[in-house]
Every structure is written in structure tokens, then in C-alpha cells.
Design a protein around this ligand. Sequence first.
Ligand SMILES: C[S@@+](CC[C@H](N)C(=O)[O-])C[C@H]1O[C@@H](n2cnc3c(N)ncnc32)[C@H](O)[C@@H]1O
Length: 321
Amino acid sequence: MLEREATIARVAQVAISAMNGKCLVVNDWAHQIHVPQADRWNRFAFQRKATSMWPQGEYDHILIRVHIEKTAMEMLVHASLQCLHPQGTLWIVGGNDEGVKSLPNRLQALIPEMETVDIRKRCRVLRAKKPLFPLELRAGLEDWWKTEHFLERDWKSLPGCFAKGKLDVGTELLLKVLPKCKANRRVLDYACGIGVISQQVRANFPEVAIDGLDFDLYAVESARKNVPDASFFVSDGWSNLPNDRRYDLIVSNPPLHRGKSEDKTALLALISESKKRLYRQGSLVLVVRRQLPVQRMLSESFHRVELCEKTNHFWVWKAKP
Ligand SMILES: C[S@@+](CC[C@H](N)C(=O)[O-])C[C@H]1O[C@@H](n2cnc3c(N)ncnc32)[C@H](O)[C@@H]1O
């Protein structure tokens, strides 16, 4: 996964060497793009750090590392143009398979003159001056909220959040198991997204305290709106969750990718740390793709491992210490 990010950083060199004055690097979640003295803005918490909700300030150069989701990328461009000095330069770097090739067309109305300045290793670097005409920017988070309807209610979400405002099929399968679970004190929704599982936990266990964590600031912000009486943490894996929190149920539809690359770090952390975080009678319930050797992974840490639900593509596992 970091290999891709390191390649992107090497291709970005043409931008990096031209950047001077006050600079901002946007969406380089892996911290691989090094521009001397530059500020950084990122919606994803990296290890322990998360940034502000929206980039602030005025910059001479801004370099955006492409976000693969189209509207989320568009949002980054609007936010960056808002922070760009009138004579400033916007740079964009990303892989062809992340949509960088079609960006000049997609952004034509906002930035008519965007040039491709380097093409290497199936990546591109784009450059544009800040357009002179008055820009109609959607210049704050409040301009990007959407409301979706599923599971017989409305859900608030921001661009780039998981499942694009739909109910994910893996999540749907996990929700079937929830009524058969036990919880009377505290439940954790690990990698909570916009809070779909948390909300169903609330419906099934009206009295329990609910914690949710996600490394995406915007997912957490959405979850806070969707399940106002739960506590949500912006956290890369367990890193920002209070150490003393214990649970009688941990539920998760864990991430298996980061951008286009497969990445099981958060799943492995979920399995290895859950045992310590559960009360003795507690359980971990997770849904994963059928092919993943999760039974073996779970058996290394847990005494009882049981398959609760399955479809052709997804399996729901329950594990007890
Ligand atoms: C498969 S989605 C599940 C979302 C939600 N629970 C649902 O079922 O709709 C996985 C979530 O994991 C989050 N995520 C990815 N990597 C993470 C990490 N290292 N730490 C915490 N959350 C992470 C993503 O932002 C995404 O919201």
C-alpha cells in the first residue's frame, strides 16, 4: 500500500521542486510527499493525528494527492481553490486508475486551463493557475452534506464516506445477527463509517453506551449527526480510543482497502486488540468477505469462534474470549 504512495510521491517531484513560498499538501494521508515547510491538511487521521474540518489560510502553492471518489475529490479542489492566493498554483498528483486522467475534463467549468506536466509510472501531475473569473466555490463543509434514505430513515453523509449513501450488503448481513447478541453496558462500532451499525445497536439495545471509531473525520462527523447520543472518535485503529474502555460487544464491518490498495492493518488490529477490550462474557462480531481466512486469525486470539450468518460473498463471525 505504501509502495503506491511512495511512487506517487516520486512522480510528484516535478511539483515539489517548483513549490515555494507558503505551501499546503492536501490528502497525502500516508505522509509520503515531503514539501519543505509545507502545511498539511487531511481528512484522515494518521496514527494519532487528525487535522481541522476544513483547510484554512492562504497559500502560494497547493498540492492535492487525488482522492479516488469523484465528489470527495471535487470537494478537495473547491477547498483548495478557496485557500489559494489569487496568483497561486494548484498541483494535482495521482494514479491513472484513480481518475487523474479525466480530472481536467471533469473540472473544466471550474478550472478551464489545467495542463498535464508529467506522466510516469501510470501517474500524472497536473498544474493550473487560480482562475481569474469569480469562482463559485462550495467553500465550507456545510455545502457538501447529503441526505440518503435507507433502513426506513434518513442518513446524513459527506462525500467519500463508505457505501456512498447506500446500505452495504456486508453491513446488512451483520445487522441480521445483532438481535441475537447480548449487550448491557457498552458497545463499540469499530470502523463505524456514517454510523449505520451504531444506529442499529441503539435500536436493539436502548440502554447501552455506544462508542464508534473511524479514521475519517467526515465519516465521524456524519455518524455524530446520525446517532447523536453515541460517542464517536476520530481514530486510526485503536489509537485515539480511551485506554480504559471495555465492551460487552464489539461489532465491525472492517476496512480491507485503503484507496485502491488492499490493506488489512485495521482488521488485524481489530482482531488482536479486541480480546483485551472485551469483558469476559463479551463478544466480537464481524462481517468479512467469504474468502478471507478470518476463522484462523480469530482462533489465534479467541476460545470460541462461530459462523453466524453467510451469503455467497460475506460471512459473519462471532468470537468469544
Ligand atoms: C467497510 S467500511 C464500514 C463502515 C460502516 N461500519 C458500515 O458498515 O457502513 C469501513 C470503514 O473503515 C474506515 N477505516 C479505514 N481504515 C481505518 C483505520 N485505519 N482506522 C479506523 N477506521 C478506518 C473507513 O473510513 C470506513 O468508514
